[in-house]
Design a protein around this ligand. Structure first.
Ligand SMILES: Cc1cc2nc3c(=O)[nH]c(=O)nc-3n(C[C@H](O)[C@H](O)[C@H](O)COP(=O)(O)OP(=O)(O)OC[C@H]3O[C@@H](n4cnc5c(N)ncnc54)[C@H](O)[C@@H]3O)c2cc1C
Length: 504
């Protein structure tokens, strides 16, 4: 490729998405890129979420880059620090670490119609780029609902994603608000320390056993000497996840066995009938995220743990009150209340053609993007882990690699058509979005629970309604005919051009 045609690319965010994007661009011969990361270290959610017990729900042989298998995973399901170390090692070994600017927050980006470039504001100064790739994650903005009276609380409080490691919970009365994926990981870790734990649970999750195991030295040796074994384990988990994803998206009844597995997991640990009843899920299996744990229910069985199967209605100077008025005096509140998952690139302000703002105009009715990546009127902008690319079962890293491949193909198309302004065709995007929403309407996620996938209007802006394989298939090629040839470039579709491929 001629270096004169190589686009200048900005990548926002240095989690799995941003790091993977940087590595694949570099491997494809595009060296003119910068990764901007607002924090002081790379890692995304695996840097932020340091709460006790933080870890992955997908086995590491599968929750890792396909191009960077790791024969040394200590456990099948890695903890946060292991994943963070892996990602940092990838950035160094693949030679992109020095392309990452940390403490560099992108506050805004605007498409300049005169030059056809993105004007990107970083820490108050502006830089121009040909392509803008947003890899901001779906779960990078912790959120706490506006509980009445929360400001009056005089004890200590923090969000699980901003764990206060300086704060000693020993013998304290602690309220945990929320019972999602984070809470079920940290609650078992803090139960032995606290004096009393009051768990406020709006709805009970399905918690099934986690088939975790420590990889032995023999495993490590075999994985090193016979990489096909590690690949086979990866493929096995891929197949299991595909089953889960088909079940969640198309055949919710295939998940009926989850009800039994969860009940067995619950009943073997909890003997108190009232606690059992409080912890028995009432939603359809899979409507909310399915959770895996071997130590959550045993922790809740302890006498000093109270499960309050209600939401929180108010917080006082020393108290937390439930919807029905149960009031508990507490020293510390831990908010396990999740993330603002529908903003995708928020709080970054993105402005496209004719002054159209992404959040306020294009997404006024809810976020959507063609293949989760491209939005009409926002030329040469791509998102990773964007709208409708989340999974109920599977590895987000797999989805990210599919999107990354597509963006590399887009960069190649740009290199062939310098100055091109690739804006996805409105009709193409609408057709795609209506297909996605039609398919989601019969999924387990649409069965009536409240979950982070579904926004206030009832729209599922987060989940992908197919398999990981389908997404990979649909993103295998950057089809120039899906894009408008706006002024300044892309003057002719090139669907039949020879394509190189990043994945072998
Ligand atoms: C606790 C937790 C557990 C999870 N467990 C699993 C799991 O088991 N399996 C699974 O598949 N997925 C899991 N996920 C989902 C996880 O988000 C994805 O797997 C994956 O890490 C997403 O990577 P990312 O790079 O897209 O986003 P992130 O990891 O969220 O990284 C985004 C990065 O962008 C940066 N950023 C955002 N905005 C800006 C800006 N304006 N300027 C500069 N930098 C910016 C952020 O600081 C962050 O570093 C989990 C998420 C959480 C929070």
């Amino acid at each position: 490729m001629s270096s004169t045609h190589s686009p200048r690319i900005a990548i926002v965010g240095a989690g799995f998405g941003g790091i993977g994007m940087a590595i694949e661009l570099d491997r494809a011969g595009f060296h003119d890129f910068t990764v901007f990361e607002r924090a002081d270290r790379i890692g995304g959610v695996w840097r932020e979420n340091t709460y006790p017990g933080a870890g992955c729900d997908v086995p590491s042989p599968f929750y890792s880059f396909s191009f960077a298998p790791n024969p040394q995973w200590p456990w099948r399901y890695s903890k946060q620090e292991t994943i963070l170390a892996y990602l940092e090692r990838c950035a160094i070994e693949f030679g992109v670490a020095d392309r990452i600017e940390v403490n560099a927050e992108v506050t805004a980006a605007a498409f300049d119609e005169a030059t056809g470039r993105w004007e990107v504001q970083v820490n108050g100064s502006t830089e121009s780029f040909d392509l803008l790739v947003c890899a901001c994650g779906q779960l990078s903005e912790p959120t706490v609902p506006a509980f009445p009276g929360a400001d009056s609380f005089t004890g200590h409080s923090f969000h699980s994603a901003h764990w206060d490691h300086e704060h000693d919970l020993r013998d304290e009365r602690v309220a945990v608000i929320g019972t999602g994926a984070s809470a079920i990981q940290f609650v078992p870790e803090i139960v032995p320390q606290v004096g009393a734990l009051h768990l406020f649970q709006r709805s009970a999750p399905f918690v099934i056993p986690k088939p975790d195991r420590r990889y032995s030295q023999l495993h490590h040796r075999l994985f090193r000497t016979l990489p096909a074994l590690l690949a086979a384990e990866r493929f096995g988990w891929f197949l299991v996840s595909e089953y889960g994803q088909i079940a969640l998206a198309e055949h919710p009844s295939w998940l009926n066995f989850i009800v039994g597995a969860s009940r067995w997991n619950l009943n073997r640990a909890i003997t108190d009938p009232a606690k059992r009843a409080a912890l028995a899920p009432t939603d359809q299996a899979g409507c909310k995220r399915l959770l895996f744990s071997n130590n959550y229910y045993p922790a809740l069985a302890q006498d000093h743990v109270e499960v309050i199967p209600e939401g929180v209605s108010a917080i006082g100077p020393h108290t937390v009150r439930s919807d029905s008025g149960l009031t508990r005096e507490v020293d510390t509140i831990i908010y396990a209340t999740g993330f603002a998952a529908h903003g995708f690139v928020a709080p970054m302000q993105i402005t496209g053609r004719e002054g159209r703002r992404l959040a306020e105009d294009a997404w006024a009715g809810g976020a959507s993007a063609y293949l989760g990546m491209a939005v009409p009127d926002f030329p040469n902008l791509f998102m990773l882990y964007g709208p409708n690319t989340n999974l109920g079962s599977g590895s987000i890293v797999h989805m990210l690699e599919s999107s990354i491949h597509y963006v590399v193909e887009a960069a190649r198309a740009f290199a062939r058509h310098p100055g091109a302004r690739f804006a996805v065709r409105r009709g193409r995007h609408l057709l795609y979005d209506s297909e996605v929403q039609r398919r989601l309407a019969t999924s387990a996620w649409a069965s009536g629970c409240s979950s982070w996938y579904v926004d206030e209007t009832g729209r599922n802006a987060n989940n992908w309604p197919g398999t990981m394989s389908e997404y990979r298939w649909r993103t295998r090629q950057f089809r120039i005919e899906d894009y408008e040839a706006l002024d300044g470039g892309a003057d002719g579709p090139a669907p039949s051009e020879e394509r190189e491929t990043v994945f072998s």
